[in-house]
Design a protein around this ligand. Structure first.
Ligand code: AMP
Length: 140
């Protein structure tokens, strides 16, 4: 398996070398908004420690991420009055992965509304306000 590259964009986000819209963090994990959102409220949960994807993650990294996924998914469902949640994880190029630091996509979903295609930059003001909406539900 290819080695973890500490210059990947999410590692830079963790080091605060590039900005992100923070949703939640604890000692082990960080959650921030996807800047090319495929749903309103699309956000990402990552471990703060290095690993490439599901194939090299430790049980402790996965457990920490899932605890945060559960917390944020419930908050995002409430914030967007969603009917459900889609959780995505892509591992390696063949699996659809583009950024090689383990991450889980959280999508609030509404009946009959499809995910948008990937790769279109979102409106930063909307993304910022969506992060605030999710944060407000976590703080309750
Ligand atoms: P994937 O590796 O295919 O699971 O997806 C990587 C995700 O990272 C995509 O949904 C991108 O929109 C997202 N992304 C890429 N760069 C950034 C960034 N600087 N901040 C937030 N999300 C990003």
């Amino acid at each position: 398996m290819t080695a973890y590259d500490p210059e990947n964009i999410f590692a830079k986000i963790l080091r605060k070398e590039i900005p992100s819209f923070r949703v939640y963090e604890d000692d082990e994990t960080y959650c921030f908004m996807d800047i090319m959102p495929r749903s309103d409220g699309h956000c990402l949960v990552i471990p703060k420690t290095p690993c490439r994807n599901i194939l090299d993650a430790t049980p402790a990294q996965l457990a920490a991420c899932m605890a945060t996924v559960s917390k944020v998914a419930n908050a995002a469902k409430a914030a967007f009055n969603a009917d459900g949640i889609t959780l995505q994880q892509f591992s390696e190029v063949a699996g659809g992965q583009e950024v090689f630091h383990l991450h889980f996509h959280i999508h609030p979903r509404h009946e009959g509304v499809s995910l948008r295609p990937p790769g279109t930059m979102g409106d930063m003001d909307v993304i910022k306000s969506n992060a605030e909406a999710i944060r407000a539900k976590i703080d309750q």
